[in-house]
Design a protein around this ligand. Sequence first.
Ligand code: GLY
Length: 573
Amino acid sequence: MRKSFILLLVLAGQQTLYAQKIPSIVGPGKAINPYRYSIVKKADYRNASVSSAHPLASMVGAAIMKKGGNAFDAAIATQLALAVVYPGAGNIGGGGFLLGRKTNGELIGIDYREAAPEKAGRDMYLDKNGNVQLTLSQNGHLASGIPGTVAGLFATMPYAKLPFAQLIQPAIDLAEKGFAITEREASGLNASKASFIKYSTRPGAFVKETGWKTGDTLVQKELAATLKRIQKDGAMGFYGGTTAQLIVEEMQRGNGIISIDDLKNYTAKLRNPIGFDYRGYRIVSFAPPSSGGILIAQMLKMIEKYPVKDYGFQTAKSVQLMVEAERRAYADRAEHLGDPDFYKVPVHTLISENYLQQRMSDYTPDRAGSSAGVRAGVIRESEETTHLSIVDAAGNMVAVTTTLNGGYGSHTVVAGAGFIMNNEMDDFSAKPGVPNMYGAIGGEANAIIPGKRMLSSMTPTLVLKNNKPYVVIGTPGGTTIPTSVFQGIVNIIDFGMSADDAVNKPKFHHQWYPDEVALEKDFNPDVKKQLQAMGYKLTERGAIGRTEAIRLLPNGKRETIADKRGDDAVAGF
Ligand code: GLY
């Protein structure tokens, strides 16, 4: 008894010693000054490139590579930093997908999507008249799936080089000592103040009585303590012990249903990526439970036989063709896609040449199709997901898309643990044919079942040229994610654009229903008129996506681009 007590003391001592040995890279005068930083939108780096939604997170990823880490180390550290500096979408209370390619060509797909709790059920969001109560799937305690991010980070560790304790330290420092918030963050937190108060029993650090201003310091002591528990106890620092207890207590205070067993039993899963050829390039993307890989495969293969390059960038002709491919792919999404562990997704057929040729057989140039006439083949929200793209010196490529779903997720802060829970349950089909917050509809394939993972649109994607790394790309944006990635790839491959133009040119989006083309406001007005003349209903919407892309150039440099649409920033060396 006495011996084990002494051993515990020794181990605790070692832990403290080890923690003390990690030199901090965050602080005034250090590699990353959290109170004074700038947003760099593009750069050509030779050794290490990171593009993410926040400059401090990108700098953390680059600094980790400078200290000997590879792209997987950087992906872990960047995600943890985002969980602190970008609380609207960076997370430990959500989930995501990591797609990686090692220099030996090995592909890695890690699925850490949230899962429905044991007490969830198909009709859990229906009232007694059978009407969906979307507010319950979108806000507050009942909206959360079992978080997957921390399991995903540990599932990435076998590919990393540095100890986890080192990778999480910058996030701990940023949470404990705080960082200066951007104008966009200040306004996001202020806009969500009422929701945090309504849907949390103790909103903690995120609510400031007098309102947030640009440059204010956001300190998250409770989150720092949670991150330290993860640093000390690994995944069980989140899925067990104090953190699990705090999550369950928070759930119980607000009629949530996540239990200790749900947390204990959650695991990340390895998935075989979706791979296909497009005009001689190899495209690799994420498999179900994301719809993303299948959708971009379908859209690209549907347009491949057309001379898109000759049609020209965003002419009425090329936009119409791409819109009709989008319409057909999203019809299939609604019918055929869901968690493959619960529903047989006909992956092979959905991306086969024959099937896709047949899907386009009723395509009529110069005339708008109709979603009423397009069924699945026979066999919207505030869009605060976030994406990061990384390439290291050796050429390892990592694309991660991770999410709380809506901006600041369910707006439920776990009291005492300092992080925000996801509202990912809304990505299930709460009732066949009823649109979720993205306007997406679904059916049996995406019905709620305990343990099942809700269908996602996240599309972390890699492109190979002559079997060598060429592009890492991905974006947030709910159902617009696959169409943004689709257009990014077409912009680079068909229109020969730089990654900068491919990311920052205006985007458009069609998702079968609603039967309309959404356009960013800087979209060419003449082309708009031509599309209207063909019979398309057009709508204008704010930013479509916030794409982070890295393109490897023949001169050995990496064109590293952060989307102009947010605080997104690049870092590297
Ligand atoms: N919550 C957004 C997505 O997974 O598609």
